[in-house]
Design a protein around this ligand. Structure first.
Ligand code: AMP
Length: 281
């Protein structure tokens, strides 16, 4: 039977007892409204670890003042069913007060959080690394699974874990897409029918860019073509398109072997992000 736990201290006790029995613990942090992208991380954990814990927590401190915190879809009973079917063992479903009462501490990862979504969403990554640090301390897993969908987030979490000597292995997992290529996201539900029809253009544009890079056409041409393609989205607005070294998240140099193309695009009022990796040598 899946266990639903709200109190951080109960969860600690439970995980401690599992670890004492020699069991490996996998953890997948989420904000709920689970789709196949989330489920791929959970399936990976269930396969690899003896015990899988999933958190469902819509983290208020990672939302900006004008963002969609109150509108963010909350679908706990449906999520719980999906998790039970996936043979997840524990759902951590904390109350805001049990996470943030009188908080005076923020975990800040510098540098790699400054560009891309960090530039468009001030404070967002501080909210992410603070909640992930707390969750990793509460759950104390051997492995924690994150999607490459939020690639900059994955890199920031890896850096935090390294810098703070946190005893956990961070596992990055590939992006799960709809059949037409759109990266799965809880925010896809905000799209109108007409907007949804335009959304696959994001991935198509990134793929076009990656083909050009692989043909040796160069970064500026690839970027230009991606932007041209994205401008074809009705009612669309490009937040950013960047082609960076995927290890450093900096402009590629002559040593760069693996690049990553990143895009954030508003379709109507919905902001969607996507990325694709390209090996150029
Ligand atoms: P969220 O609920 O949006 O905070 O996402 C929880 C985790 O699921 C994060 O590690 C995301 O990167 C991951 N995730 C979200 N969408 C996808 C997707 N389409 N493919 C793979 N992982 C995803």
């Amino acid at each position: 039977m899946i266990k639903i736990i709200k109190k951080p201290s109960y969860l600690r006790t439970l995980i401690d007892s599992e670890r004492c029995k020699g069991r490996t613990v996998g953890f997948v942090p989420t904000m709920g409204n689970l789709h196949d992208g989330h489920m791929s991380l959970i399936e990976r954990s269930v396969k690899q670890c003896d015990i899988t814990a999933v958190s469902i927590f819509v983290n208020p401190i990672q939302f900006g003042a004008n963002e969609d915190l109150s509108a963010y879809p909350r679908t706990f009973s449906n999520d719980r069913k999906k998790l039970a079917e996936a043979r997840c063992d524990i759902v951590f479903y904390p109350r805001i007060n049990d996470m943030y009462k009188n908080r005076m501490t923020t975990v800040h990862v510098s540098d790699i959080t400054e560009g891309l979504c960090g530039a468009s969403r001030p404070g967002h990554f501080d909210g992410v690394t603070t909640v992930v640090a707390k969750l990793l301390h509460i759950v104390n897993p051997h492995y924690a699974f994150f999607g490459e969908k939020d690639y900059q987030q994955l890199m920031a979490v890896k850096k935090m874990v390294f810098d703070l000597n946190m005893p956990v292995n961070i596992v990055g997992c590939p992006i799960v897409r709809e059949q037409d290529g759109l990266a799965m996201s809880s925010r896809n539900a905000y799209l109108s029918h007409a907007e949804r029809a335009q959304a696959p253009l994001i991935y198509r544009s990134l793929k076009k860019g990656s083909e050009l890079l692989m043909q040796g056409k160069g970064i500026s041409l690839a970027k230009r073509r991606i932007v041209e393609n994205l401008r074809g989205i009705d009612n669309g607005h490009i937040d950013y398109v960047e082609i960076l070294d995927q290890e450093t998240l900096k402009k590629p140099d002559t040593n760069s072997v693996k690049l990553r193309i990143f895009a954030a695009v508003f379709i109507g009022r919905t902001r969607l992000i996507d990325n694709i990796g390209v090996r150029i040598k």
